[in-house]
Design a protein around this ligand. Structure first.
Ligand code: MSP
Length: 742
């Protein structure tokens, strides 16, 4: 069953199949955004691989043994198994609601470490280790005595630099991560001779640079190992921790929960159990790509490979560590700290795909990010409602209106080319198809290295380009001119075909919305691919959207979210929950430790976190810049975010009779109707100079009337020189209308 220890990612299993895992989550408390995040990332990767025709196995699940689960069970008046069943039922409900379960094309197995086949497989691995010799010729496992401090929440022994000393002598120290008291452990224990594996591990990291990613984390792991490893206690006395897998041939000991939990990745697919091997296939799917939060990287990148080295089992394909979602003050979101974003709040207020998009777009993969409801609303409104959603509905609505609901031909005859050019269309179709192919390749390259944020940025540059093509060509005007029928058709064909490409590319990130667009485009019954899941993005070919395809009913995809209303609802619910008024099935005792001292309840729904993942340094830059021009009174970031600044495109501009300073503009800021804005710049800009310009607009300024015209916003301009000459703020790169400035 085992292969040699050197992993080559070009062997048969690696080429034809793919295995991706999330951590298995502790069954002591209910899941929150952090858990959801890793599942979303794994789900996206799995869907992307399946789209490429690779047989993929996606594992998630629960880690059900250990002292922390025993204690949670006790607090809730349950047995440990009942506690685990309770949390698992919630996890399963959650994964179904977020469409991450098997039924919705998500995970293939929800692994539970309380399963009998896991007991069998993990005992098999232990037996391998019990017989193994280390590279230095010692027994890999030996019996000894452990004396030290243990954090139940981390399930980890702590060294002196990993805990805070107590204020009063004699009290236990405190875990630096969970801020909870440590347990004193002094008992006989089995040890794994980790200290003998340092060189072999370093060799592994060196020979396979992709083994731990991103590189910054790899460096951390390497210097940890290079600093010298200590042997690891891998069992507890049954009298201290009874809820665990018994050590083979010595049932007075239970296995250390991390040893046993890590092994789930191979027992789930058949290691040590023939029935399971037949049902899934260790031979078929191993090695796995392990996705983990950076909080548990050491277990995955040091202990796990060392166990596998000792057992002579092939190493994982890679271990990819992502950053953490943080709370407003920059602390890791966790139940123990009581600062989590709850899934039922997210589910109630936001479309699933908006949450998926936000998580992947906002968190630069590998780095930490701060979660904010406001940022989530803004992204949903700008990138999804005004961006992709608007592109889809305007394209399909125009096809319905101008082409009898059938995708037109994109062909422009020789004698109409000049007319098309005059209408602002690039008549070389290869310009758009070439652009798309390039964007597609970039998108796929980013995905390959888990740079989700960059991949999505690339996809949105496509949205912007097509939006611009439509705004430049103005199909609504073309439709009035029979001579321009072919130009109109070409514009609509190009946007519809681009939409098809976007559906395929974005399917792994937004499976629901892209399938909905696919259906609205009339592709749901197509023989080749009834959903975008069935098209390999690498093989997308321009022009495969069939002329004459009949589109279906056009429905809005991402309705705009009313920010003030939604924030109020979230805050009100948070206060209710904080006051003990939480009415879902999660009892407040289902947290790892007692509720936090202040700041409201384990359900921190009201956490209004203004900064985005990239916002942390932004605030400093603002302060520094302000200082440079002598500002003495600073505003808070929340003051700044009261101003809603948007990218707008000037659609029309004209002078106003008898008002020589004013220009009357209509500006598209990504809303259904363009805004009418009056600007006092007529002495410095002609209307022609402004047409098509991308500008910055204050969109939430109270409307006011000037010379009988209502102005629904304000554009930003620098005031230069003594006469205060306005110089309009503009963008040198392509940005979509409605994008928020922050
Ligand atoms: N049971 C162990 C894992 C064993 S795997 C063999 C465990 N469980 S956990 O419930 O604490 O889950 C930790 C994981 O949940 C993180 O590594 C990460 O994947 C996810 N997250 C939990 N909180 C998170 C954030 N605040 N932000 C991002 N991900 C987070 O450790």
């Amino acid at each position: 069953m085992q292969r040699g220890i050197s992993c080559r990612t070009d062997h048969e299993a690696c080429m034809k199949t793919f295995y991706v895992t999330t951590p298995i989550y502790y069954a002591n408390s209910l899941p929150h955004l952090g858990h959801l995040y890793t599942m979303i990332v794994a789900d996206t990767i799995a869907r992307h691989k399946r789209q490429q025709g690779i047989e993929t196995f996606f594992l998630t699940g629960t880690d059900e043994h250990g002292i922390n689960i025993e204690r949670a069970a006790q607090r809730n008046g349950r047995t440990p198994k009942e506690q685990a069943d309770y949390v698992v039922s919630y996890f399963k409900k959650m994964t179904a609601e977020f469409r991450l379960d098997t039924e919705h094309g998500g995970y293939d197995v929800f692994m539970r470490t309380s399963e009998p086949f896991h007991y069998q497989g993990v005992s098999e691995l232990w037996r391998h280790l019990a017989k193994a010799k280390t590279p230095k010729g010692n027994d890999a496992i030996y019996k000894g005595h452990y004396e030290g401090w243990f954090c139940a929440a981390c399930a980890e022994y702590k060294t002196e630099d990993e805990y805070a000393k107590p204020a009063t002598a004699g009290d236990p120290p405190t875990c630096l991560i969970h801020e909870t008291l440590l347990d004193r452990v002094s008992e006989d224990s089995y040890f794994f001779r980790l200290a003998d594996y340092g060189d072999a591990l370093l060799e592994l990291y060196k020979s396979r640079p992709e083994f731990v990613q991103p590189e910054s984390r790899r460096n951390e792991v390497m210097s940890f190992v290079a600093g010298g490893l200590q042997d690891l206690s891998v069992s507890r006395l049954r009298t201290s921790v009874s809820w665990g897998v018994p050590v083979p041939d010595d049932p007075e000991h239970t296995m250390y929960v991390w040893f046993e939990a890590l092994t789930n990745y191979i027992t789930a697919i058949g290691f040590g159990n023939e029935e399971r091997e037949r049902a899934v296939g260790f031979e078929k799917f191993w090695p796995a790509l392990h996705l983990v939060g950076k909080d548990i990287l050491r277990f995955h990148a040091v202990y796990w490979p060392a166990f596998l080295l000792a057992a002579r089992v092939e190493q994982p394909r890679a271990i990819i560590a992502h950053g953490m979602w943080l709370d407003p003050v920059g602390k890791k979101m966790s139940k123990t700290l009581g600062n989590t974003v709850e899934l039922d709040v997210l589910n109630r207020h936001f479309p699933i795909d908006a949450i998926r998009y936000f998580c992947l777009r906002e968190m630069v993969f590998g780095q930490d990010g701060r979660f904010g409801y406001e940022a989530l609303i803004d992204r949903t409104n700008s990138d999804l409602a005004s961006g992709l959603g608007n592109l889809s509905s305007r394209t399909l609505t125009m096809i319905a209106r101008y082409c009898d609901g059938r995708v037109p031909s994109g062909f422009i005859a020789e004698d109409k080319l000049l007319l098309a050019k005059r209408a602002g269309l690039d008549t070389e179709e290869t310009a758009i198809s070439g652009f798309l192919e390039h964007a597609r390749d970039q998108f796929l390259q980013h995905l390959e290295v888990f740079a989700f944020s960059k991949a999505l940025e690339t996809a949105w540059s496509v949205v912007a380009r097509i939006d611009k093509m439509i705004s430049d060509a103005k199909p609504w005007d073309l439709a009035k001119d029979e001579n321009q029928k072919q130009t109109l058709n070409a514009v609509l064909y190009r946007s519809a075909e681009t939409l098809r490409w976007l559906c395929v590319l974005l399917f792994p990130v937004m499976p629901n919305a892209t399938t909905e667009i696919w259906n609205q485009m009339g592709l749901g019954s197509s023989a080749d691919a009834r959903t975008p899941a069935g098209v390999n993005p690498a093989k997308l070919t321009w022009g495969e959207l069939g002329e004459g395809t009949t589109i279906a009913e056009v429905k809005p995809l991402f309705p705009r979210i009313d920010k003030a209303k939604t924030m109020k609802e979230i805050n009100d619910q948070g206060q209710e929950a904080g006051a003990g008024g939480r009415n879902d099935q999660a009892s407040s005792t289902d947290v790892a430790q007692s509720p936090p001292a202040s700041g409201g309840g384990a359900v921190s729904a009201p956490a209004i976190i203004e900064q985005s993942a990239s916002g942390g340094s932004g605030q400093h830059a603002t302060e520094a810049d302000a200082g440079a021009v002598g500002v003495t009174s600073f505003i808070d970031i929340t003051d700044f975010t009261k101003v809603d600044l948007r990218v707008g495109e000037v659609l029309t501009a004209e002078r106003i009779p008898k008002a020589d300073k004013l220009l009357l503009l209509t500006v598209d800021i990504g809303e259904e109707k363009p805004r009418q804005i009056l600007a006092g710049i007529a002495q410095f800009y002609s209307p022609e100079q402004l047409l098509g310009r991308k500008i910055a607009v204050v969109s939430n300024l109270k409307p006011r009337k000037l010379r009988g015209y209502e102005s629904q916003g304000m554009l930003l301009a620098a005031s230069v020189g003594e006469e205060g000459k306005p110089v309009i703020a503009t963008f040198t790169e392509d940005v979509p209308n409605g994008a928020r400035l922050k």
